[in-house]
Ligand binder design. Structure first.
Ligand SMILES: C[S@@+](CC[C@H](N)C(=O)[O-])C[C@H]1O[C@@H](n2cnc3c(N)ncnc32)[C@H](O)[C@@H]1O
Length: 213
């Protein structure tokens, strides 16, 4: 199947099944292979808009679970009791305030499908990816519980190896996974990070490792 057929197939499937984006099928494949998200879990979804990951997560966690989604863009309401969406840039959002106001002390799973705006200028793009990853990693270190899991979209670039290496210091196992719903021509992959080694760092939030750029 060529790139446009694949895009079209998953787009039509998402529309038919009532999901807001075809990204759902990438998370679904990951979930079916690794079984990461469980009933009753507390899940943080970074870069959540328009909300297809949240729709799917909501089905899995059930009424006793909670999913909090954050995006720089607004996320149209999903009308589910177990979903909260917040508009903000994850590079400067006060994550501790969000946790406190929703009575959450840590997350079981964090998903991140953020696509940084790319300029095509390699040095600029790698710097932006590095800064974004630094912010994402601080959130993971500070809010993901010990033994929790992290699913993050990444792209093969100069910045990829240091990111992968850095995550290996935080998790027992880091696997690179390319879902079939992701175009083979794209450099997009997901890093499946299982078994966080340490407890969340205490308030005030800080990062224990520096980003090696
Ligand atoms: C591919 S979309 C996510 C699709 C989503 N997983 C879904 O299933 O509907 C990537 C999202 O990352 C968001 N994003 C990019 N930079 C961000 C940032 N610094 N903080 C928060 N969200 C960001 C974009 O606004 C965009 O909505």
């Amino acid at each position: 199947m060529n790139r446009h057929d694949l895009k079209d197939t998953f787009f039509k499937k998402a529309k038919k099944e009532g999901y807001r984006a075809r990204s759902i099928y990438k998370l679904k494949e990951i979930q079916e292979k690794f079984g990461i998200i469980k009933r009753g879990d507390r899940v943080l979804d970074l870069g959540c808009s328009p909300g297809s990951f949240l729709q799917y997560i909501s089905e899995i966690i059930g009424e006793n679970g909670l999913a909090i989604g954050i995006d720089i863009l607004p996320t149209p309401s999903l009308n589910k009791k177990n979903i909260i969406t917040i508009q903000g840039d994850i590079k400067n959002i006060k994550i501790e305030t969000i946790l406190t106001s929703h009575l959450v002390d840590s997350f079981d799973v964090i998903t991140c499908d953020i696509a940084p705006n790319l300029t095509g200028i390699r040095e600029t793009d790698d710097k932006n990816i590095g800064e974004l990853f630094f912010a994402i990693k601080a959130i993971v270190e500070n809010t993901l519980k010990k033994n929790g899991s992290f699913i993050v979209k990444s792209f093969f670039s100069e910045a990829f190896k240091p990111i992968q290496q850095d995550l290996k210091t935080l998790f027992k196992k880091v696997t690179i996974y390319k879902p079939q719903a992701s175009r083979s021509s794209s450099s997009e992959v997901y890093l499946i990070c299982l078994g966080k080694i340490r407890d969340p760092l205490p308030f005030p939030y800080q990062t224990g490792h520096s980003f090696p750029v």
